[in-house]
Design a protein around this ligand. Structure first.
Ligand code: TXA
Ligand code: MG
Length: 342
C-alpha cells in the first residue's frame, strides 16, 4: 500500500508515485485509483507486463484491456486516425469516464488488444492516475483491479481483498467517485455506438454527437457483443442475486417465500425500503432518485454480503436511463440475467 494524498500540488514527484511508477517501468503491475474504479496497471508496450495483469486477475486472454493516457498527444502515437466524432467526444469528456475504441497502429503490446485491430483508450479524471501515468512515462494498460468475475473495486481494501500477494503494490487514493466503469464507445462509423454503458451517459453523449446507438447485444440476448468483455460472468456477489421488478409488497413477498424455504435472505435496496423488507440482512445503496449515489455504492454493496452470510440476495431495479443504464447493466450481469417481474 502507498497512501497518496491527492491534494498535493505536484503529485508526479511524490515518493509514493515515483515508487509505483518505477514498478510500472520494470514491467510489474500496480493497482491505482481512477475516478471510476481502481485499475490494475502495467506498461501497455510490454507483453511481460500485460501477461502479469491477465495472470493476477485470472482474466481470459481474449478480453482486451483499456490503455490509459495522461495527454491527448500520446494518443496519436498508438492509433491510425482520430475520427471527427471521437475528437468531439474527447474534447467534451476527457479527462473523464469515456473510453474510445480506435484502429491501432501496432505499437502497443498485441496482448493488450487481444489480437484485435482496434484499441480502447481513455484519459482518467483522477489526479493520482494522471500523476502515475506521467511519472511512469508509459501508456498504462489497466482493467479493473478485481479477480475476474468479482465486483470491480472502488476502494484499496477491495483490491487488497482480491489481489493481495499477486501484484507489486496498491496506490491508495481513497474511495473512487463514480463507482461504475467508463462508458466504452466505438466511433469507427458515422453513428457512435455504446459498447458498454458507464460513467458518461447516452444522454450526455448525444448532446455532443447527436443520436447514439447501443450495441444490440446489450439489449437482446443471443447476440455476440462487440466488446469482448461483455460476454463474461461479472460482478458476482457471494450468493445468487435475483432482480425484483415490482412494488415493495412484491419485493417483500419474494423474501418471505425464500425464508419459508429455509433460506437466509439478503436485500440490496434503496433507502426508501429501509427496515421494510424483513430480510436477514439489508444493504442500503442510497436514495433511489440519486443515481450517482447508487452507482458510487453499487460494488461495495455487492461485496458487503460475506461468504456464507446469506443464501440468496434480492435486489431492487432502477430506471434504464441516464446513469441507471450502467447500474442496470451491472446488476443484470451480477444476477446472470435472473429477474422476477410482478
Ligand atoms: O473505468 C474503467 O474503464 C476501468 C478503469 C480502471 O479505467 N477499466 C475497466 O477495464 O473497466 P476492464 O478491462 O474491466 O473493461 C474493459 C472493457 C471490456 O469490456 C473490454 O472488452 C472492452 O473494454 N474493450 C477493450 N478493448 C476493446 C476493443 N478494442 N474493442 C471493444 N471493446 C474493448
Ligand atoms: Mg472489469
Amino acid at each position: 500500500y502507498w497512501v497518496v494524498d491527492k491534494t498535493v500540488d505536484n503529485l508526479s514527484s511524490t515518493e509514493e508515485i515515483l515508487q509505483a511508477a518505477h514498478h510500472i517501468q520494470q514491467n510489474h503491475v500496480i493497482a491505482f485509483p481512477t475516478e471510476t474504479v481502481y485499475g490494475l496497471g502495467g506498461n501497455a508496450q510490454s507483453d511481460e507486463a500485460v501477461n502479469r495483469i491477465f495472470n493476477a486477475k485470472g482474466r481470459p486472454s481474449d478480453n482486451p484491456l483499456i490503455v490509459h493516457i495522461s495527454a491527448q498527444e500520446q494518443l496519436e502515437q498508438y492509433v491510425q486516425e482520430i475520427p471527427d466524432q471521437a475528437r468531439r467526444l474527447m474534447e467534451a469528456f476527457w479527462p473523464g469516464p469515456l473510453t474510445i475504441v480506435f484502429r491501432h497502429n501496432g505499437t502497443l503490446s498485441t496482448k493488450v488488444t487481444a489480437g484485435l485491430n482496434t484499441v480502447a483508450v481513455r484519459m482518467p479524471d483522477h489526479p493520482v492516475a494522471l500523476a502515475l501515468i506521467e511519472a511512469a512515462d508509459r501508456p498504462i494498460a489497466a482493467p479493473s483491479a478485481n479477480r475476474s468475475g468479482r465486483p470491480s473495486p472502488t476502494t484499496a481494501t477491495h483490491v487488497h481483498d482480491d489481489l493481495s500477494g499477486r501484484i507489486a503494490g496498491i496506490v491508495d487514493g481513497g474511495p473512487t467517485g463514480i463507482g461504475v466503469e467508463s462508458t466504452v464507445v466505438d466511433c469507427s462509423s458515422e453513428q457512435v455506438m455504446i459498447l458498454r454503458p458507464g460513467g458518461v451517459t447516452k444522454e450526455a453523449l448525444e448532446e455532443v454527437v447527436g443520436q447514439v446507438d447501443v450495441d444490440p447485444a446489450l439489449i437482446e440476448i443471443n447476440q455476440a457483443p462487440r466488446s469482448p468483455g461483455m460476454k463474461y460472468t461479472h460482478y458476482a456477489p457471494t450468493a445468487p442475486l435475483i432482480l425484483v421488478d415490482g412494488d415493495v409488497d412484491y419485493f417483500c413477498e419474494q423474501i418471505i417465500r425464500a425464508q419459508d424455504d429455509g433460506q437466509r435472505v439478503g436485500a440490496l435496496i434503496t433507502n426508501e425500503y429501509c427496515g421494510m423488507t424483513g430480510a436477514n440482512k439489508e444493504v442500503l445503496m442510497g436514495v433511489s432518485t440519486e443515481l450517482s449515489t447508487i452507482a458510487q455504492h453499487l460494488y461495495d454493496s455487492l461485496r458487503s454480503f460475506g461468504e456464507n452470510e446469506v443464501d440468496v440476495i434480492f435486489a431492487q431495479v432502477f430506471t434504464d436511463s441516464h446513469l441507471g443504464s450502467a447500474i442496470m447493466n451491472r446488476l443484470t450481469k451480477a444476477a446472470g440475467g435472473t429477474v422476477r417481474r410482478q
